[in-house]
Structures are given as C-alpha cells and as structure tokens.
Design a protein around this ligand. Structure first.
Ligand code: UDP
Ligand code: MG
Length: 331
C-alpha cells in the first residue's frame, strides 16, 4: 500500500541528531490516521549519517532514503525528495529539529480544511545568533519588496504540500530551486501556521554564511528583475550629474576666464565612483547571465548513488525528465 503521508528530510552531516529526529518523528507519525513514509536525503554527508540511515531503514521500513552522490545543497536535496515522494500529503522539514515535528498534526488539520500549501511561519527565533536573526530579518523584507510574487516573510522550507502542488513543482524545469519562492509562485490555496523556532538539537549549522548568502542572492535573482534596473537608475543619475557639471564648468570658463580650473581630488573620486558603479552593474548582469548558462547546460540537477525503499531509481535525474502527472488527484 502506498503511504498517505510523506516526510522529506535533507541530511548533511547530521549524525548527532538522526536518532533523536527518528524518535520525535515516530512519536508524531505513529499517531497519524494513515500510513506514512519518511524519506531521508543524504546530501553527500561525510560523517556517519548514511550508515545510520541504512540502519534505520533496516529497522523500520517506513524510513526510506536517497543518497546524492555528493553535496548538492539543501534546495537540491529537497527537490530530489520531492521527485521520489509517493504520499498524498508531503511534508518538508529540516533534520536538526529546528522545525518541530509536533506541528505536523496542526498542518494536516489545515490540509483537511482544504488548504493545499501550509507553510510554517516563525514567530520568533530568539535562540539563534543575533547576526543570523538580523540578516534573515532584513533579507526577507527586502525580498518581499523586490520579488514579483508574494513570498511570505519568515518562512523557511518547513511546510506541508498537497500532491497536486508537488506534481506541479516537479514538472517545473527550473534549475535554480529556491523552493520557498517556487512554492509561493505556484499559487493554490495557501495558509500559515505559526511556530517558535527552536535552537538546533545538536551539531553545527550546515548553512555557512557563504551558503546562506548564495541562497539569498538566488532568491532575489530568481524572483526579481529589480536589481537589473538599479544600474539603469544609477546610470541616469550619473548622466544628470554630468550634465549639470558640464553647464557649471562652461559658465565658470566664461565668467572667470583668468582663474584655472582645479579639483584633481574630485576627478579621482568621480573616476572611482563610476568605475565602482560599472563593475557592480556588470556583476549584477553576470548573476543573471550565469543563471541562463546554468539553465542552458541542462545538466541533471543531482546524481544519486543509492536509493532504498523507493522503487524508482535512476542514476541521474532532472526535474523535467520524470513522468509527472500534473493533474493528479483532482478531488
Ligand atoms: N542541509 C543539506 N545540505 C547542505 C546544508 C544543509 O541538506 O548543504 C540540510 C541540513 O542537514 C538540515 C537543513 O538542511 O537538515 C537545514 O540546515 P541548517 O540547520 O544548517 O540551516 P538553518 O537552520 O540555518 O536553516
Ligand atoms: Mg537548522
């Protein structure tokens, strides 16, 4: 029998949390009204995470796993899970117990009310570092201002999605998987459940500053064209300043023909300023062109080295080359 509830949990060097994660997840899914599966995705862990996952699978057949052939990053790991998921109701959560599994019954309740995407919204994250909190706060507000779609603030990937939504996400060929953005983009009936974000259960944060920064840029570039316009505006402004300066200089020459023009510092500063603006603009342009390049190459999104408990197995997989019924479960 196919499971009704599917949990997707990406794992990157989480050997210290897997046992506790399993216990807390079981406490929740044991009490659900229909069978569940737990899909662990090993995102190229270098610790004992994979052997632990194998053990769990042997001990409890509800636990299945995919092992990516290297570290592809959190968003790709979740995408891989979504590609293999079999349930009618799909829940995505982190492995470090920052997303409390105890929230799942409340999400399922909302699903029964007819919502198809139920995302968890953090009301507070007091227990995380000041730096993480403030940068996250700023980023989510900036994204809200700039993005073409309404991406709710303070929501991560922790969510429940109906099969219909997952099928649509799987059918999207886009390779830059900013999942929380795509999830808003697809539409359907969406709602939030609020929760307090706990600190990590064990181990270090796997999202280094560089990875978080990359994710943030990805979110902005994938969902907004405003950065491209910034150079246009700055360029227009610089042109305006130049015209005013030209007129002033012209006037100076006529009014005071005897006094020479000075201002080496001004010239140097202006050169540096314009150089900076130009390089920045090229950089922004590069972000977009780089993404076009990524899409055009059309490499598989990830490679798999091992799959257990899930029938379909391809060594490589792209989001687009799978069989995706887009109109499943019309009820
Ligand atoms: N993760 C992953 N691949 C990575 C980085 C992280 O699969 O390259 C997983 C990690 O194991 C965890 C989740 O993504 O389950 C969130 O990571 P983390 O807790 O480090 O990030 P944060 O809490 O800061 O969002
Ligand atoms: Mg975490």
């Amino acid at each position: 029998m196919l499971p009704h509830y599917s949990l997707i949990i990406p794992i990157y060097n989480e050997e210290a949390t897997i046992a506790a994660l399993y216990d807390r997840v079981c406490a929740v899914i044991d009490r659900l009204d229909a069978p569940s599966e737990v899909i662990l995705i090993n995102d190229g862990s270098r610790d004992r995470s994979l052997p632990l996952m194998r053990e769990l699978h042997q001990h409890d057949p509800r636990v299945c796993y995919l092992s990516l052939a290297r570290n592809f990053g959190h968003q790709v790991a979740v995408t891989a899970g979504l590609n293999y998921v079999r349930g009618r109701v799909v829940i995505v959560m982190d492995a470090d117990l920052q997303d409390p599994p105890e929230l799942i019954p409340e999400m399922i309740e909302q699903w029964r009310q007819g919502y198809q995407v139920i995302y968890a919204q953090r009301t507070q994250r007091q227990k995380e570092s000041w730096f993480k909190r403030s940068t996250a706060y700023l980023f989510y507000r900036l994204l809200k201002q700039l993005a073409d779609v309404d991406i709710p603030t303070d929501t991560g990937d922790f969510c429940l999605m109906d099969r219909q939504v997952v099928d649509v996400l799987n059918a999207m060929p886009e390779r830059n998987r900013y999942i929380r953005g795509l999830r808003s983009w697809v539409g359907f009936r969406q709602t939030a459940v609020k929760f307090d974000r706990d600190p990590r259960f064990a181990g270090d944060v796997k999202y280094t500053f560089a990875k978080s920064f990359g994710l943030a840029i990805n979110g902005l570039v994938s969902f907004s064209k405003v950065p491209l316009r910034i150079s246009t505006y700055v360029g227009l402004f610089a042109a305006l300043v130049a015209i005013v300066m030209m007129i002033l200089v012209f006037y100076w020459r006529i009014a005071f023909p005897a006094s020479p023009l000075t201002g080496l510092t001004t010239i140097v500063v202006a050169i540096f300023f314009l150089g900076a603006v130009q390089l920045l603009s090229i950089g922004i342009l590069g972000e977009y062109i780089g993404r076009i390049y990524e899409e055009v190459k059309n490499r598989p999104l990830y490679t798999l080295s091992e799959v257990a408990g899930l029938e379909r197995f391809n060594a490589t997989a792209t989001a687009s080359d799978r069989d995706h019924p887009t109109q499943a479960h019309p009820e």
